[in-house]
Design a protein around this ligand. Structure first.
Ligand SMILES: C[S@@+](CC[C@H](N)C(=O)[O-])C[C@H]1O[C@@H](n2cnc3c(N)ncnc32)[C@H](O)[C@@H]1O
Length: 362
């Protein structure tokens, strides 16, 4: 019972304020619930946010108030309906813009609606993946290897484990870890241009066991300070730049801000984004800025967690047209992990990430 009550409280707060992750962070740690029960709460809240439009329809049809408690009942399928007849936006609970995109990429619907697994990136600078999995199991968590060689599928409470707290691993989706691996395949000196808190940089440091020269930059200084602390705890050799460096690099990674619909399975609020067009210009401008750091023969790698054309293929087509000194290089890896487009490709190991590899040829 307490699980349902806490879930309803979180949903009520989310209905008022938005930001599902913050609402959970504000309430769950003080709920007095065990890790196992917190996981149950998180699953209910995720489900309600994931299917909010559908549950709205159920509550409206049953004449019930849109309150946390009733959403919890609906999520436990205690209020029923005949789904098949409902329009896609309601049935799958997505914005009308996203419904349009799903008609274009029907395979992606299953991915954005699936219950997310918790994946860790093992810190191979500190120990082997096998050893880190053993440490997780000793703490009572499930651990199973995945792709790439740093990825561990585990239970969601493992994010609070000693393994994570002590920097033996960090929480990171498998597609992002794969981006880190690919980035390192294109050269030794790497600039992570939109480094944020450093998720990709840490994964590069781990996969290549500190043998790559990694530098980072981000407009957000606060994030860079967090990155510095994480790198220290991780034992990762990463140089943080608070200004755009003037040097040239073998590889410049642009993990640009985006709508995040590719990560909707972990952040279901992204399913309700209506306006995908607002990111394109910013993404294009960042790419133009970052390209200045690419040496002759070097690579510019563009990544977004989205599949809207305006954030993905259209950006790269436009860039290649305007900058004929860059040519696209196709991704070479096991076919199960990605879907090639006319330019770039979608990685689908975990989140749906769009990736384009561009080489500076003159
Ligand atoms: C998708 S997030 C990066 C996530 C990060 N790479 C990771 O793996 O954890 C995008 C980042 O781009 C940064 N950003 C936004 N505009 C930028 C700009 N003009 N130049 C550099 N970074 C920018 C944001 O501050 C944000 O941290």
């Amino acid at each position: 019972m307490r699980v349902e009550r806490v879930a309803a409280k979180i949903v009520d707060k989310w209905l008022r304020k938005g930001n599902m992750a913050r609402c959970m962070r504000d309430i769950l740690p003080h709920s007095g619930l065990s890790f196992e029960d917190r996981e149950k709460v998180a699953r209910i809240v995720h489900d309600i946010v994931r299917y909010k439009r559908y549950y709205d329809y159920l509550l409206e049809s049953a004449g019930k108030d849109k309150r946390g408690k009733n959403y919890v009942l609906a999520s436990q399928r205690k209020i029923k309906s005949n789904m098949e007849k409902l329009p896609l936006e309601v049935r799958e609970s997505i914005s009308s813009s996203l419904a349009g995109l799903i008609e274009r990429y029907p395979d992606f619907l299953k991915i954005i609606n699936r219950e997310p697994e918790t994946i860790l990136c093992a810190n191979l600078i500190k120990d082997s993946r096998e050893k880190i999995m053993e440490m997780l199991r000793e703490e009572g968590f499930f651990a199973q290897e995945y792709v790439p060689e740093t990825a561990i599928i585990t239970s969601s409470a493992a994010r609070y484990s000693k393994v994570v707290k002590e920097g033996f691993a960090h929480v990171q989706d498998a597609s992002s870890q794969m981006v880190a691996k690919i980035t390192g395949q294109f050269g030794h000196r790497i600039l992570d241009f939109c480094a944020g808190n450093g998720g990709k940089s840490l994964a590069i440091a781990s996969i290549y066991r500190n043998r790559k020269e990694i530098q980072t930059y981000d407009v957000n200084e606060k994030k860079l300070r967090i990155l510095e602390k994480r790198a220290e705890r991780y034992g990762a050799k990463i140089k943080v730049n608070y200004e755009i460096p003037v040097e040239k690099f073998d590889v410049v990674l642009v993990d640009a801000p985006c709508s995040g619909i590719g990560a909707a399975s972990r952040n279901p609020e992204a399913k309700y984004v209506e306006d995908f067009s607002r990111y394109g210009e910013m993404q294009f401008d960042i790419l133009k800025e970052a390209m200045k750091n690419v040496k002759m023969g070097g690579y510019l790698i563009y990544v977004v967690c989205s599949f809207s054309p305006g954030e993905t293929v259209e950006i790269i087509r436009r860039f290649l047209k305007k900058k004929p000194n860059f040519v696209e290089e196709k991704l070479k890896m096991k076919k199960d992990y990605f879907k090639n487009m006319d330019v770039g490709a979608f990685l689908t190991l975990g989140d749906i990430l769009y990736l384009a590899i561009l080489q500076r040829v003159h």
